[in-house]
Design a protein. Structure first.
Length: 274
């Protein structure tokens, strides 16, 4: 490879890693700038357009996000990330940009959040989901909140919007532990408008709850949630290893967690305008 091409390849890789890091830290305005720099030098970089679309989406700039994803489709007609997000955008309306998130408290959870010891965390499905218009504003990696509402454990977005309820078999145990003083953090694993899964992680165990597992194993089926760095990177528009990154290990079995990537996409959503 000629020296000049090697330099360009290194520059491209450095900018790509910088763009991904900024996204993982929730520094979306800076991510826009870096991805535009990449596109300026490499106008056919599909990943950069996907990351640019995600950054604009996070900033509430839905028209710009749609333009970026449309450009991806022009370059790669069947790109799953762009198709999925164009469908999501079909449910959203252009609004004023939301309040910016401090880099110290990013709205997207770092991958290490998903790597936990046995019994301390678990992936759960939500029931009684909110309307698609609400779910469309939440993506994998986003932090969510837990709230006890009588016999139900409700999951809300960071802004307080209702998303769904934790399935009863997990909710009842978690509610008892929360009443005993335990504290939990949660984040979205997958969301496609028709289904949503979240990972719930024990962040503090009250002394009175010592010895009680938040997610007890059953027989030999140990629960050890693991959503790799690859999964979140794919959601942020990094498709290079998409064939490997849509899976997590739960109870020793390989389970697809990015269900939306395999769902049929509404062709009418692509290119649709509000």
């Amino acid at each position: 490879m000629p020296i000049e091409q090697e330099k360009l390849a290194r520059l491209r890789e450095q900018l790509r890693e910088q763009a991904i890091s900024l996204a993982m830290e929730g520094r979306w305005r800076e991510a826009v700038a870096v991805n535009r720099d990449i596109i300026g030098s490499f106008p056919k970089d599909v990943e950069a357009y996907n990351r640019l679309g995600r950054a604009h989406l996070e900033l509430g700039e839905f028209l710009q996000a749609r333009d970026a994803y449309q450009r991806t489709i022009e370059l790669d007609r069947y790109n799953t990330i762009a198709r999925k997000n164009l469908q999501r955008l079909s449910y959203l309306k252009e609004t004023a940009a939301p309040q910016s998130v401090s880099p110290a408290e990013p709205g997207t959870v770092a991958p290490r959040h998903f790597i936990e010891e046995i019994g301390k965390a678990g992936v759960v499905s939500l029931l009684d989901l909110a309307p698609k218009e609400t779910l469309a504003g939440v993506v994998a990696g986003d932090k969510v909140q837990l709230r006890v509402d009588g016999p139900n454990l409700v999951v809300e977005s960071a802004s307080g919007s209702y998303l769904g309820k934790v399935e009863p078999r997990h909710a009842q145990r978690l509610i008892r532990l929360m009443a005993g003083g335990n504290q939990y953090a949660a984040a979205v694993v997958s969301s496609d408008g028709a289904a949503m899964t979240v990972i719930i992680r024990e962040v503090y165990q009250h002394p009175s709850q010592a010895g009680k597992l938040s997610f007890p194993s059953k027989g030999l089926d140990e629960v050890r949630p693991y959503v790799s760095d690859k999964v979140l990177r794919q959601e942020l528009g990094y498709e290079e290893e998409a064939g490997e990154s849509g899976y997590t290990i739960i109870g020793g079995e390989e389970v697809e967690v990015l269900a939306e990537e395999g769902e049929d996409i509404d062709e009418d959503a692509i290119g649709s305008e509000d």
